[in-house]
Design a protein around this ligand. Structure first.
Ligand SMILES: *[C@@H]1O[C@H](CO)[C@@H](O)[C@H](O)[C@H]1NC(C)=O
Ligand SMILES: *[C@@H]1O[C@H](CO)[C@@H](O)[C@H](O)[C@H]1NC(C)=O
Ligand SMILES: *[C@@H]1O[C@H](CO)[C@@H](O)[C@H](O)[C@H]1NC(C)=O
Ligand SMILES: *[C@@H]1O[C@H](CO)[C@@H](O)[C@H](O)[C@H]1NC(C)=O
Ligand SMILES: *[C@@H]1O[C@H](CO)[C@@H](O)[C@H](O)[C@H]1NC(C)=O
Ligand SMILES: *[C@@H]1O[C@H](CO)[C@@H](O)[C@H](O)[C@H]1NC(C)=O
Length: 717
């Protein structure tokens, strides 16, 4: 255990008395304090911003976080410590500044935090540092004691109120020679204001925690945050006290001047749900309080958006709540208690009393609400057993909810003579959650399919929609089998193409639906014509180099290139054949292209369309031709980018028409861990700002895994 105890030494006792002496009658500093006017800073801010964009992240292990603990913050200390102790982060040391009276309690919490920290052997050291009185002074003083090159200064809420993206930027900051953080005071000393969230980086008079800075800047004595900012600005030619970088994320109520900054000025789509029309009404109808508890994170998220949310529990014997507190958020609900026969009329009454029409009605599939109809509202009925897996829906915007029933998924399985593989795939399909949606299934058997395969197909029970089985009479081969396995019948029909050696995650449908609703039906829907599909499978290699397979680690690649959130999903031109959804327009176009290409009317079959890619040597491969189309058109596919390459599909690489042998090493190259239900709540939303990013900020990789942009790949042809 690397928890070191550093207290009750005489040195601290002296400091303690000294501090008491100084701070007994000091007023609490606020950013609102006006300072005597100085000459306006001579800013050349553009060069600072340019530098910030180009600098590297600091070395791992070179950052000390300083966190004050107060009587009120002690209760949440365990939660507050968590992001500081969890990888990935550059924090090597956490200094907890804490009044003597709270030391033993703080120590107990630290022990617990260290014990439950995910990488027990490799977490930062946690040191307790006794200091009485004002937490700001305590932090500024403790910071002078640390020896690491970089400091992260916090207030008692730690990183609790900032977005995941900002949190990442703070726990592994760029090497800037001045304070950088999301909260700051801007303007001139005589006319200052708190910086509202913005996508732009802005010059600041001084910053408020949390922010990072080089350790050398806190070496002197500083009274308060503005004092530190002034010292920084006086040491610089450009007179900057720091820079504000909030990535446009909303941040609540941090500014002591009483104003609230919840809506960013420049970034409406990234924060789809916080920009909703407050006149929109989202209604939740559930049987009872236990059902409600399952979806608390979803309800909290809806509450934080501007939507009005009304909740009715229609077979709950407890009385209507004033305002119940659920883990971390407060909301009201109404209750009724009635016989089953009368429930639906009572629900209609309750809806009428709302005085306006609901836009969305979220409920469970149950007899009591099955007959519910609405001309205006989109009714979303979730099977009760899926309720505990709906957290991801909190990322949906109103327009995405309204399109809930529009996209139709068609699952297409291609099989020949691997009945065990097919059984495993079908088994994983049965385990998947479809959230009440109807999904059709088509199973395509080759002419050479064996009796056992046909038996498995016959015996399979599909409970989510129609089943269609198809068997060839003339052998077609894999190219024909895949390409002909699906043809869209409308622009809202989506084809999931699965060969039988694939296995699915139970959450694959949530990932698909979240992506389709966001990029095909959300606000960006008119900008995403280049998107041809969504992969369930996470790439770990680039297959298309002429020299052979090369490792790819998107998270590391994005981090090295200073993407603010390296765990963002991304776009890649590579079509995935190991579990992916294809979009109707692009698949239709592919059919047309392939027919033309194979007919050899306009070019000979051997013609190289994409220069210098390995797929040119593939024969009888549908993917080779899809790669050509993608290259000619500048198309891209959306890929997940969860930790440890967690995926929604994996490939077992079994002997088949393209695979002749399967050495163990090769197997491991292709297998991925599947995202399972037990971790779903946290992980599906492990996304920048817990939502799928805005279309135009997604990183783009070309066919050989090089970072590029949508504009660049569009002009190829
Ligand atoms: C911050 O410290 C400076 C320097 O001691 C002092 O003049 C100023 O009044 C302080 N501001 C606040 C808000 O306490
Ligand atoms: C500010 O910095 C930029 C980039 O370094 C430079 O091009 C520009 O000339 C500078 N402007 C002034 C007024 O110094
Ligand atoms: C203070 O700053 C704001 C915004 O920067 C500006 O609109 C306003 O005119 C300024 N007020 C004075 C008195 O300079
Ligand atoms: C489907 O999309 C294609 C391509 O964008 C378009 O040409 C066609 O008119 C659309 N069909 C319908 C029924 O909207
Ligand atoms: C997208 O385009 C359609 C037709 O061109 C238009 O009716 C619609 O308003 C557009 N949607 C958005 C969000 O711009
Ligand atoms: C990907 O981009 C790199 C760098 O621009 C380029 O060298 C390479 O040829 C591109 N790959 C393809 C397949 O276009």
């Amino acid at each position: 255990m690397s928890l070191r105890r550093k207290f009750c030494k005489p040195r601290y006792l002296v400091l303690l008395l000294f501090a008491l002496y100084i701070f007994v009658s000091r007023p609490v500093p606020t950013p609102a304090e006006q300072r005597p006017d100085q000459r306006p800073p001579n800013l050349n801010f553009s060069s600072v911003v340019q530098e910030l964009g180009h600098t590297r992240s600091i070395e791992p292990g070179s950052l000390t976080a300083v966190l004050p603990v107060t009587l009120t913050s002690l209760t949440n200390l365990l939660t507050t410590l968590d992001p500081l102790l969890s990888p990935p982060s550059c924090v090597s040391k956490v200094l907890l500044v804490c009044p003597e009276s709270l030391l033993s309690q703080a120590r107990a919490v630290v022990r617990q935090a260290v014990r439950s920290s995910p990488e027990a052997s490799n977490h930062p050291d946690v040191l307790l540092y006794p200091w009485p009185g004002d937490p700001t002074v305590a932090v500024l003083h403790a910071a002078t004691q640390s020896t690491t090159e970089w400091m992260l200064l916090l207030d008692e809420t730690g990183l609790g109120a900032v977005s995941a993206r900002t949190r990442d930027a703070l726990t592994c900051p760029v090497t800037a020679d001045l304070p950088v953080g999301p909260r700051g005071v801007i303007g001139s000393p005589s006319n200052w204001s708190c910086a509202p969230p913005s996508l732009e980086t802005r010059p600041a008079l001084y910053l408020l925690p949390p922010f990072t800075l080089p350790g050398s800047l806190v070496q002197g004595h500083h009274e308060n945050w503005s004092d530190l900012g002034r010292a920084v600005s006086q040491s610089r030619e450009d007179q900057l006290g720091g820079v504000v970088r909030s990535f446009g994320d909303p941040d609540f109520n941090w500014c002591n001047d009483g104003r609230q900054y919840s809506t960013p000025t420049t970034d409406p789509t990234l924060l789809a749900s916080s920009q909703e029309d407050p006149n929109s009404l989202f209604v939740i109808l559930l049987p009872n309080i236990n059902d409600l508890r399952f979806i608390v994170p979803l309800v909290c998220r809806l509450h934080n958006s501007a939507l009005s949310v009304k909740i009715l529990l229609y077979s709950e014997s407890r009385v209507t709540s004033e305002e119940d507190i659920f883990s971390g958020c407060q909301f009201q609900y109404d209750t009724i208690w009635s016989t089953e026969r009368l429930v639906s009329s009572m629900i209609y009454d309750w809806l009428d009393r709302m005085g306006r029409k609901a836009d969305i009605i979220f409920t469970v599939s149950e007899p009591a609400t099955q007959s519910l109809r609405s001309e205006h509202a989109t009714i979303v009925r979730i099977p009760r057993q899926d309720l505990e897996h709906v957290h991801w829906m909190g990322s949906l915007s109103l327009v995405e909810w309204k399109n809930w029933h529009v996209p139709q998924l068609e699952v297409n399985i291609i099989t020949q003579d691997r009945p065990q593989s097919l059984e495993r795939l079908l088994g994983s399909l049965s385990q998947a959650r479809f959230f009440g949606d109807s999904v059709s299934l088509r199973m395509n058997m080759e002419q050479s399919s064996d009796l056992e395969t046909i038996r498995v197909v016959d015996a399979y029970q599909w409970n989510h929609g129609s089943v269609f089985t198809h068997r060839r009479v003339v052998h077609g081969g894999l190219l024909t089998a895949v390409v002909e396995s699906w043809y869209p019948h409308s622009n809202d029909s989506y084809g999931l193409i699965l060969e039988d050696d694939i296995e699915l995650s139970p959450l694959f449908y949530a990932w698909i639906k979240m992506g389709i609703l966001r990029y095909r039906y959300g606000r960006a829907r008119n900008e995403t014509a280049q998107l041809f599909g969504i992969s369930l499978y996470q790439q770990k290699n680039v297959e298309l180099h002429l020299e052979g397979r090369k490792a790819l680690n998107p998270r590391a690649l994005f981090a090295n290139n200073h993407f603010p959130y390296p765990s963002t999903p991304y776009l890649s031109q590579v079509p995935c054949s190991w579990g992916a959804v294809y979009f109707p327009e692009h698949w239709r176009e592919f059919h047309a292209y392939l027919a033309e290409r194979l007919s050899e009317l306009t070019m000979e079959l051997e013609r190289v369309v994409v220069p210098d890619v390995r797929s040119n040597h593939w024969t009888k491969s549908w993917k080779k031709y899809f790669i050509e189309l993608v290259y000619l058109r500048g198309y891209v596919m959306l890929y997940p980018n969860y930790p440890d390459f967690l995926s929604f599909s994996t490939n077992h690489l079994e002997v088949g028409s393209h695979v002749k042998d399967r050495p163990k090493e090769k197997l491991e190259v292709f297998r991925r861990p599947l995202m399972d239900l037990s971790v779903s709540e946290q992980l599906l939303l492990d996304l920048p700002g817990e939502t799928l990013p805005r279309w135009d900020v997604l990183p783009v990789l070309n066919l050989t895994g090089v970072l590029t942009s949508l504009e660049k790949i569009r002009v190829v042809n």
